[in-house]
Design a protein around this ligand. Sequence first.
Ligand SMILES: *Cc1c(COP(=O)(O)O)cnc(C)c1O
Length: 443
Amino acid sequence: MIAFGAYLTLIGRIGAHRADAFERLRLGEMIMCARNPIEDLAHLRHEFGEHGGVNMSVEASSTFTVIDPETMPDLFQGRKGPDKGCYLYGRHFNPTVFNLGRQMAALAGTEAAYCTASGMGAISSVILALCDAGDEIVASNAVYGGTFALLNDFLPAKSGIRTRFVDITDTDAVRAAITDRTKLIFTETLSNPTLRLADIPRLAAVARSKEIPLVVDNTFTPLTLRPAALGADIVVHSITKFISGASDVIAGAVCSTEDFIGRLMDLHTGPLMLLGATMDPNVAAAIGLRIPHLPLRIRAHAERALALAVRLDELGLEVCYPGLQGHPDRVLFDELCCEEYGYGGVMTLDTGDEETANRLMSCLQNEMRFGYLAVSLGYFDTLMSCSGSSTSSEMSDENKAAAGISPGLVRISVGYTGTLEQRWTQLLTALKRVGLAPASAAA
Ligand SMILES: *Cc1c(COP(=O)(O)O)cnc(C)c1O
């Protein structure tokens, strides 16, 4: 790696402004055990605005001046960089994006992070950094539809990188799928939309024994689960979902070691540097102002989701939520999670068939005003979609069946607007109207 790439690793590094490794370690530990890790973000250097504003100014510049021409080669050869307040060009780094990267690293509990234009930008960059033509990936068979298409269709066609899909809860199957050409294990913390929990520590042990990295997409469970602390080598996020919380921007992040982030940014071979999935500084500024209330929002989503899931379960409906006693991974979840954040904001309801699912969602949106028939998740209002015909429609019927995605499965990202009782009344009324709950069921 050339020197320029080396100093770029400073981007988003925890403690980029606290030189010694001990400080970084201490910060990492505090994030692990503190009641509210966001409070520890306060230990990062606070960036004030140019005119003393409490918030950092948005650095809306794609290029940066130097006073002396001699500084230019210094920048390219890594003798000067963002740690010395020297910036060069916005696709390489920008102070506002740099700042959000430090926050994301602290949130994920990793040494470094780099913010990307989208979750897919983060995922594809990570894979292309780890794999060359002809290499292999072992991945969960229940991942986000876009990730599935990338692994199943795009990469084999464009680069000969092939993926073996496995039931990620079956550690033996994961181990058996690994060959000499396998370069990484990929999973989501909670599978989409089936909400099975990956046993990150066990998968990390498998990955370590094969000397390959474990890559975890933690989009569904920021704060709730901390894959890096559980052994994951690389954590990716779609910031678009819970971390943004307002469904207004598309954004992502890669969180890992300085060394790995540096590889992504290498001038000659770095996929982030060369494919250009860089975050816009205006987006970085907007997201930076939402990180401080992420814990409040995550708790609000989880409390509401648990309350609704328990009531649906009591009605005898096919509801899946990791916080329910009957969930197959409830015990593991309790072992791995940060309990104060609950069990996440997403649940599913199997309505039996697609037609019933559509009638239910239509009634919930158009008659009850319970939420919106829309893909995505992590919004303050409730979002509902029928996974098989929307976010997982990239998969064949056979692949959907293997992943446990039935045609009537409705994924619900539970919002926190309105009161619980108001929302429950709306939900129960809709369930009665489509015949999923008996007319006699009491609210
Ligand atoms: C939405 C999503 C992605 C893709 O993120 P974008 O920001 O839309 O590119 C990846 N993984 C999961 C689990 C997602 O929900």
